[in-house]
Design a protein around this ligand. Structure first.
Ligand SMILES: NC(=O)c1ccc[n+]([C@@H]2O[C@H](COP(=O)([O-])OP(=O)(O)OC[C@H]3O[C@@H](n4cnc5c(N)ncnc54)[C@H](OP(=O)(O)O)[C@@H]3O)[C@@H](O)[C@H]2O)c1
Length: 298
C-alpha cells in the first residue's frame, strides 16, 4: 500500500510516499481503507524529532492520527462495527491507503469524508477540555486560537452546549469565527481588553488552544486560574493554569462529534491535498496559521 513515511527526522523534505506493508487489525481495532486523513501539528512535531527526547528515529517514521474510511478488517473483540461500514476516528499511521483505528464512530452518510476525518482529533481534545472546564448552557468561554483545526471544532462544540463563545484569530480569520458561531477578537497584545469589551460580565473559562498568549494574561481573564485549560503550553510556572495531554473518553467524544456533524452543528472548512502533495499541506501546518483543517487524500 502507499503510505507517507520518512527515514530521518527533519523538515517537509524528508517526507516521501513509499510502498509499505499492509497493517492488520489487532484486538479492539478496525482497519479502514482510508478515504481522507487529517493533518495535525503533532505530525510535524514528531517528524522534526521535537518529541523524541534526543532518541534517534527507530524504523520508518509514519504520520497521521485520524482518518475516515471504509472498514475492511475487524479485530478480535470488536462489536457493532462490520466490514463495509463508513467510520471516522483515531489511530496511528493514518496517512496511508490502509490504517488502523483504535476509536471510531459511524460517519453520517451526508458528511464529507474529509470533514469527518479532520474532526476526530479536534473533537476528542475539545470534548476533554470543555468537560474539564464544565462548559455548558450559560457559560461564557474564550477559545484562544479559534480558527484552526482544534479551535474551530472547540468553538462549535461549546456553542452546541449552549455557551457564549468568544474566539481569537488573526485579522484574516475574523469572518470565519463569526461563521462558526463565535464572537471574534484579534489575538496578540491587548487581547484581555478586547475580550472584556465583548464580554463585560467576564469569562467563566478559557480554552488555550494556540499556546501563544502568556499564562499570566490568560489567568487574569478568569476569577480562578484553574478555569484556564491549555493543550499547548507547558511552562506554566505557578500560574494555576491546568494542562491536559492524555486522551479522555475517545468513543464518547467521537459520538458527540458525529451527532453534531449530522445535524450541521459542526461544519469544518477543509483544504485537501493528495498524498503526493503532502509536503505543501505540511508547510501550511508548520506556518501556524491554518484556517479549519488540512486533510490528505490517499
Ligand atoms: N494536548 C493535546 O492533547 C493536544 C491535542 C491536539 C492538539 N494539540 C496542540 O494544539 C495546538 C493547536 O492545534 P491546531 O490543530 O488547532 O493547530 P492549527 O490548525 O495549526 O491552528 C493554529 C491556530 O493558531 C492560531 N494562532 C496563531 N497565532 C496565534 C496567537 N498569537 N494567539 C492565538 N491564536 C494564534 C492561528 O490563527 P490564524 O490562522 O488566524 O493566525 C491558527 O488558526 C498545537 O500546538 C497542537 O499540537 C494538543
Amino acid at each position: 500500500m502507499r503510505a507517507l513515511q520518512y527515514t530521518a527526522f527533519g523538515g517537509p523534505e524528508v517526507l516521501a510516499v513509499v510502498d509499505a506493508p499492509e497493517p492488520h487489525a489487532g484486538p479492539g481495532q478496525v482497519r479502514v481503507r482510508v478515504r481522507a486523513a487529517g493533518l495535525n501539528p503533532l505530525d510535524w512535531k514528531i517528524r522534526r524529532g521535537l518529541m523524541s527526547q534526543g532518541r534517534p528515529l527507530e524504523g520508518p517514521g509514519r504520520s497521521g492520527f485520524e482518518a475516515a474510511g471504509v472498514v475492511d478488517e475487524v479485530g478480535e473483540g470488536v462489536t457493532g462495527t462490520a466490514v463495509g461500514d463508513d467510520v471516522f476516528g483515531l489511530g496511528e499511521a493514518t496517512h496511508a491507503e490502509l490504517a488502523l483505528l483504535d476509536a471510531w464512530a459511524a460517519k453520517p452518510a451526508a458528511v464529507d469524508w474529509a470533514v469527518a476525518a479532520g474532526s476526530a482529533v479536534a473533537a476528542e481534545v475539545s470534548v476533554r477540555v470543555l468537560d474539564l472546564l464544565g462548559v455548558g448552557a450559560g457559560s461564557t468561554l474564550l477559545v484562544d486560537g479559534g480558527a484552526g483545526g482544534v479551535g474551530a471544532v472547540g468553538v462549535q462544540l461549546a456553542v452546541s452546549r449552549g455557551a457564549t463563545v468568544i474566539a481569537s484569530a488573526g485579522e484574516a480569520n475574523q469572518g470565519y469565527l463569526t461563521e462558526i458561531g463565535a464572537l471574534p477578537v484579534r489575538y496578540g497584545d491587548g487581547l484581555a481588553e478586547r475580550v472584556r469589551a465583548v464580554a463585560p460580565e467576564g469569562l467563566d473559562a478559557v480554552f488555550d488552544v494556540a499556546g501563544k498568549t502568556p499564562p499570566p494574561t490568560l489567568a487574569s481573564m478568569v476569577s480562578d486560574p484553574a478555569q484556564v485549560v491549555t493543550i499547548s503550553q507547558f511552562e506554566l510556572g505557578d500560574s494555576g493554569i491546568r494542562v491536559t495531554t492524555e486522551p479522555g473518553d475517545r468513543a464518547a467524544a467521537l459520538a458527540e462529534a458525529a451527532r453534531l456533524l449530522e445535524s450541521n452543528g459542526l461544519v469544518v472548512e477543509v483544504q485537501t491535498f493528495p498524498l503526493e502533495r503532502a509536503r505543501e499541506a505540511v508547510e501550511i501546518s508548520e506556518s501556524g496559521h491554518v484556517r479549519g483543517k488540512l486533510v490528505l487524500l490517499p
